[in-house]
Design a protein. Sequence first.
Length: 253
Amino acid sequence: MTEIEKLLQTIKILRGENGCKWDREQTHTSIRQNMLEEAYEAVDAINNNDMKHLKEELGDVLLQVVLHSQIADDEGCFCFEDVAKGINEKLIHRHPHVFSDTKVKDVDEILANWDKLKKEEKPHRKSVLDGISKAQSPLMTAEKLSKKAVKAGFEWPDEKSLIECIKSEFREFIHAKTTEDREMEFGDILFALVNMARWHELDAEQCLIKANKKFETRFRKMEELAQKPLNELSFDEWDNLWKQAKTLTENEY
């Protein structure tokens, strides 16, 4: 018996009549947040280049796939084999340059062919924006919307025009009169900045993750350096501590 077969058997037992009461009670809805959390923990391990942690987190992600598959199997919908069969068939279909006689010159042609085949598989999608997950973070959604629009030809002619767009969004935010208007304009600023990241082939979400880590590292160092409670510091003291922390932690993120 392979390790994956052992795992499938373990989950089946846990969900069975003589298994675990908690596991038997779970539904797709009750554990849906776990899928997101485990995926993000795996990404965190990748960001930290922690292979031991990544192995563990990939196991947790796999657990979610197996558990959801068993729940679906118990309900008579599909099983793990169906999931594996579906993704395998999709991969073979979308790689005709490997599994068939299609010829491609470079990666651009591979990606173009992938998009063409994907579109053929999903004829029900009418808009180029169809198919974007509603459950992912708003930052990731903005990036997906932007990329799909660009593929359809909706793009700034040059970086200068994009920068001017960002500046104009800031001006509109400054002149907004109501909270609702400020919310809308601030959203436009964020969306425009996501496009700036895309323009430079940067992952906006990963950029923000790194910025968060950098801020947290510096702030924790400030807490260590402070000679009195932080809420008693003047602006100049805060500024001085920030500069010290920045120098001391520049190689920690």
